[in-house]
Design a protein around this ligand. Structure first.
Ligand code: AMP
Ligand code: MN
Ligand code: MN
Length: 330
C-alpha cells in the first residue's frame, strides 16, 4: 500500500472511529449511478460487513443491468423500496460532489446523522462530518480501497473485482487524463488479488442489449458539428427512450470523442418530455465543468453534466452559445 498523506490518514482515523462506535449505516451515491459509484458503494458495504455492522444501501435510480455481476449488488435498494423504519446512525456518501446529487435520498438525511463524504470531484462541497476529497484520485473507489487497506480488510477476489471495475469505468479503460501511475498500480494489485480483466471487460463492454444498440444508432443519426467542427453533439429523444426495454446510455458520449479534430462533445438525453440530461466532454483544456455549472450542474474539467429543460433545439442552442464564450476565450 502506498504511503498516505497526513491529512488523509487523520480522516481515515476519524472514519474508523465512526465505524467502531456505531452500528447502523446507510450507504448512498449519486443519481444515474456509474461504475465508480456502484463499485465504491459495494466496497464500502464489504468493509462494513467485515466489521459486522447493520447496513442498508439506497440509491435513487436503478443499477444498470451490466453491473449485476458485482458482488453485493443485490443489496442495493431503490429509494422508493427503502425500509422507512431503518434508522441509521451514520451515512456514507460516495462519488457525489454535493447532496443534490443524491436525488430523493437527500431527504433521508437528518441533522443528527454522522455523514462520511468520500469523493474525487474538485467541486465537492465538503458536506460531511468527515470529508475525504482528493481530486488527484482517478475514482472514488480508489480512495475507498485505501480505506479498506488502512482498516486491514483483506482484499478478496470479489473486492478486487469491484475496485478494478470502478477504476476502468472512471478512467474510460485507462484512456482519460485521470489515469495515473497509481491507478494502474492499484489495478495491477487487484489482478494479483484475483480480478480478471478479460472477464470484467466482457461484462462491462460486450453486453449491450438490443434496445441499447438501437438507441445508440438513433442517437448517432442526430450527430451535428458546430464551430467549424470544434464541437460535436447528438441527442436521444424520449420517444425512443420510453420503449419497454431500457436503453443504457452510459458511454454514448464517448463515441463523439472518437471524432478527429473535435474539442468538445455533448450528448443530450431526453429523460422525460422536455427535460434533457446533458453529458459534456472536453479533449483539451476547455473547462466543461464551468459550462455545466452555468446550468446548475458540475463535474470535472474534462467530463461534466447538467440538466436543461426545453425542446432539443433550445437546449442545444443554449449549450452552443455558452460553449462559444469558452471557445472564443481560448
Ligand atoms: P456523465 O456525463 O453523466 O458521465 O457525468 C460526467 C461527470 O460529471 C461525472 O463526474 C458526474 O459525476 C458529473 N456530473 C454529471 N451530471 C452532473 C450534475 N447534474 N451535477 C454535478 N455533476 C454532474
Ligand atoms: Mn460517478
Ligand atoms: Mn467517480
Amino acid at each position: 500500500m502506498r504511503p498516505l498523506n497526513k491529512k488523509i490518514l487523520s480522516q481515515f482515523h476519524r472514519i474508523q472511529d465512526i465505524i467502531d462506535n456505531n452500528d447502523r449505516f446507510l450507504i448512498s451515491t449519486h443519481i444515474n449511478p456509474d461504475g465508480d459509484a456502484i463499485s465504491s458503494v459495494l466496497v464500502f458495504y464489504a468493509l462494513l460487513q467485515y466489521k459486522k455492522k447493520t447496513v442498508q444501501i439506497c440509491i435513487q435510480d436503478v443499477v444498470p443491468e451490466k453491473f449485476n455481476f458485482l458482488s453485493g449488488v443485490e443489496a442495493i435498494q431503490k429509494a422508493e423500496e427503502m425500509d422507512d423504519l431503518f434508522n441509521p446512525e451514520a451515512l456514507v456518501i460516495l462519488d457525489s460532489a454535493d447532496l443534490n446529487r443524491l436525488g430523493c435520498v437527500k431527504d433521508r438525511i437528518k441533522k443528527n446523522h454522522l455523514v462520511i463524504n468520500i469523493d474525487h470531484h474538485a467541486s465537492n462541497q465538503r458536506f460531511g462530518n468527515v470529508n475525504v476529497v482528493d481530486d488527484s484520485e482517478s475514482s472514488a473507489v480508489e480512495i475507498v480501497y485505501q480505506l479498506t487497506r488502512y482498516m486491514k480488510m483483506p482484499t478478496t477476489p470479489e473486492v478486487a473485482t469491484l475496485v478494478y471495475t470502478g477504476i476502468i469505468c472512471d478512467t474510460g479503460s485507462f484512456r482519460f487524463p485521470n489515469t495515473s501511475e497509481r491507478s494502474l498500480e492499484v489495478c495491477a494489485e487487484m489482478v494479483k488479488s484475483g480480478a480478471v480483466p478479460e472477464y470484467i471487460a466482457e461484462k462491462i463492454y460486450y453486453r449491450m442489449s438490443r434496445q441499447t444498440i438501437k438507441g445508440l444508432a438513433s442517437a448517432l443519426a442526430t450527430v451535428e458539428f458546430h464551430y467549424e467542427g470544434r464541437v460535436c453533439c447528438m441527442y436521444l429523444s424520449y420517444e425512443i427512450l420510453k420503449e419497454a426495454e431500457p436503453v443504457d446510455t452510459e458511454g454514448f458520449v464517448d463515441y463523439l470523442m472518437a471524432v478527429d479534430e473535435t474539442e468538445v462533445e455533448f450528448f443530450m438525453l431526453e429523460k422525460s418530455p422536455g427535460c434533457f440530461r446533458v453529458s459534456l466532454r472536453s479533449k483539451n483544456t476547455l473547462d466543461v465543468n464551468g459550462v455545466a455549472r452555468k446550468f446548475g450542474g458540475g463535474g470535472h474539467v474534462r467530463a461534466a453534466g447538467c440538466t436543461i429543460n426545453g425542446n432539443v433545439e433550445e437546449v442545444k442552442f443554449r449549450l452552443l452559445v455558452e460553449l462559444g464564450v469558452y471557445l472564443d476565450g481560448k
